[in-house]
Design a protein around this ligand. Structure first.
Ligand code: ADP
Ligand code: MG
Length: 610
């Protein structure tokens, strides 16, 4: 070439560095376009900044980025009308790897403008520009600075060798022309380019037009001011819902949203959504999309937010995050910790405000958010501390009650005891026993409930949870002494076939009930935990107590007859089985026996009438 002004090689031993960039710099090849488009966006943002600082005049507000895919030429061009580069700048920023121009610009204009001159410049992704070589064998940069300095053309090969020459370009700005490597021509297609733009560039703050050989782009492919950048007071519920549906391809409306807007020093924005989960079996996996100054970065950000928040959906825009550093660094990063603490606080605030001001709606959606709150509380004690007063419990009657309300309601009756059922049907009779005395029974039948109530008990020593079949509250007992003969006691022990069974007598207010079987809360809960963690049965037997109700006339009669030497084992066995039935049922063999014995008793009664 005749007018070649200068030739050279990218410094820092590029023969070694280029293959590294190509192979390992980014695990995902597709991000090359994000890098080139965000450089174009930076170039526009910088020029806008200079205009707003009054450093430049006479620039029209027609900023745009064009992405042009030519199948026939096998090129992909990203063109902007931003700040452009002089020959010196090009030499400085593109011929020296690791010299970020973004950093230079920020330092130069630091402290100027209302946001310290820093906000909005993307830069910092790493060796951004060179990622173009992941798909190109040659990259041309044709650029003309806003200063009016002569345009230059820079052509760089994949081995890092380049040529710099004057160019006739008259418009301000830069075009980056990527000559697609033959081996990448299947990867870089019109569809793929569209897809990448949609994924990474949907919210970039400068309008992007996409054109092909056949068709020039007429509408921008992006939204320059996404909802999360607005003030929450300027957004409507419809806008939040619509944004959610579009971003997360969900036809269901979210339960509610939280608009995040953290000031300095955290300086991040976002919107979080509680999705509606249809069934207990539906995947609880949410999706949080992370942005960096409106450029999509990733939706796989386990290191950045607590795992229980990953059940949510939403967007976070964190311009402060050092995204080019390793993920293991992020795990111990104090900024990251503060961001997640802030998010947790905002979520708790929202839940508390729903509890306090929109109780009816809160109860309606509680079933959907309950698992999140319980799991979050178990994972993060601070979260529990923030939300504990707003945690609701479903009641067996179908309502909801908070722990504070339960304690207040039963102040005199239960003294910190909280009664619950975990099988609505099987424990219905016990539940009724409590309800008949004005004691509310919670329905705790979800997987996490056992662990969750342990957490509550640890947190508040004045509270203890008892399953309805674990004991009889004093308020269920009537006056008077329950007298049980030793003979009847032994009789029950022997007919039960359970050597460890304890037999006790009580006087209950409810006279219709002959007996109940109680299961020790502690040994049963231990067994439940073993099942959950170990997958097996606990080796300790569950301690059970048969409580005979001496205020029931039939039991009283049985006691007297037994005392007088009559064989009542058939009737005793029947009563024992009735107690088991009350507690949820009999096994198949006992059911058969129960029916046979019932027939015998009936025969006896009928023949007595002969
Ligand atoms: P970074 O964006 O982190 O600074 P890059 O490797 O992506 O690093 O870009 C290096 C530098 O090249 C930029 O900082 C900028 O000065 C310059 N540059 C790249 N693309 C453009 C462009 N389209 N317009 C003007 N300058 C650009
Ligand atoms: Mg860059």
């Amino acid at each position: 070439m005749e007018d070649v002004k200068k030739t050279g090689g990218i410094s820092v031993q590029t023969e070694h560095i280029f293959p590294i960039i190509k192979k390992w710099l980014y695990s995902e090849k597709e991000i090359f376009l994000r890098e080139i488009v965000s450089n174009a966006c930076d170039a526009v943002t910088k020029l806008k900044r200079l205009v707003s600082l009054g450093q430049v005049h006479g620039i029209e507000n027609d900023y745009r980025i064009d992405v042009i895919y030519s199948k026939k030429d096998q090129t992909l061009t990203v063109k902007d009308n931003g700040i452009g580069m002089t020959e010196e700048e090009l030499d400085k920023y593109l011929c020296n790897i690791a010299l970020s121009g973004a950093l230079d610009f920020i330092q130069k204009y630091e402290g100027e403008g209302e946001d310290g001159g820093k906000n909005g410049i993307i830069g910092h992704f790493g060796l951004g520009f060179y990622s173009a070589f992941m798909v190109s064998d040659t990259v041309d940069v044709i650029t003309r600075s806003y200063t009016g300095a002569p345009a230059v053309k820079w052509v760089c090969g994949e081995d890092g060798s380049y040529e710099l020459s004057p160019d006739s370009r008259e418009e301000r700005g830069t075009s980056v022309v990527m000559h697609i490597n033959e081996s990448e021509s299947d990867f870089v297609t019109e569809e793929k380019v569209r897809e990448i733009l949609q994924k990474y560039c949907s919210f970039i703050p400068v309008e992007i037009y996409f054109s092909t050989d056949e068709k020039a782009g007429e509408e921008p492919v992006n939204e320059v001011s996404p909802l999360w950048q607005k003030n929450s007071s300027d957004c409507t519920k419809e806008e939040y819902d619509e944004f959610y549906k579009k971003q997360f391809s969900d036809f269901k409306e979210p339960l509610f949203s939280i608009h995040l807007n953290a000031d300095y020093p955290l300086n991040f924005k976002g919107i979080l959504y509680f999705p509606k989960i249809n069934t207990e079996y539906e995947s609880l996996e949410g999706q949080i999309k992370l942005y960096y100054n409106q450029v999509f970065v990733s939706d796989n950000i386990k290191e950045i937010i607590p795992d229980y928040l990953l059940m949510l959906k939403g967007v976070l825009d964190c311009p402060e995050l050092p995204l080019n550093v390793s993920r293991s660094y992020l795990q111990n990063n104090s900024y990251v910790t503060k961001v997640s603490q802030h998010i947790v606080k905002k979520i708790a605030d929202k839940l508390n405000s729903l509890f306090n001001t929109e109780r009816e709606y809160f109860e309606k959606i509680w079933n959907d958010i309950r698992i999140f709150v319980e799991y979050g509380s178990l994972r993060d004690r601070k979260f529990y501390d923030r939300v504990k007063n707003s945690v609701l419990f479903p009641t067996a009657e179908g309502g909801h009650i908070s722990l504070g309300e339960y304690k207040e309601k039963h102040k005199e009756l239960c003294e910190g005891k909280v009664y619950y059922a975990n099988d609505k049907n099987a424990q219905a009779q016990y539940t009724e026993l409590f309800r008949s005395q004005g004691i509310e029974v919670l329905l705790l039948d979800k997987v996490l409930d056992t662990q969750f109530i342990s957490l509550i008990e640890q947190d508040d020593e004045s509270v203890k949870f008892y399953r309805v079949d674990s004991g009889l509250d004093d308020s269920l007992k009537a006056e008077g002494e329950a007298k049980l003969s030793d003979k009847l006691k032994d009789c029950f022990k022997s007919v039960s076939g359970d050597e460890k069974l304890e037999v006790k007598a009580e006087m209950l207010k409810d006279e219709s009930l002959p007996a109940v079987v109680n299961v020790s809360e502690e040994s049963r809960r231990f067994g439940d935990m073993m099942k959950m963690y170990g997958g097996g049965e606990s080796s300790l037997p569950v301690e059970r107590t048969l409580i005979l109700n001496m205020s029931c006339p039939t039991v009283e009669k049985l006691n007297a007859l037994c005392e007088n030497g009559r064989d009542v084992s058939l009737e005793a066995k029947q009563i024992y089985r009735l107690a088991l039935l009350l507690g949820g049922g009999l096994d198949p063999a006992s059911t058969k026996e129960f029916i046979d014995d019932s027939m015998k008793i009936m025969d006896k009664a009928l023949s007595g009438n002969d």
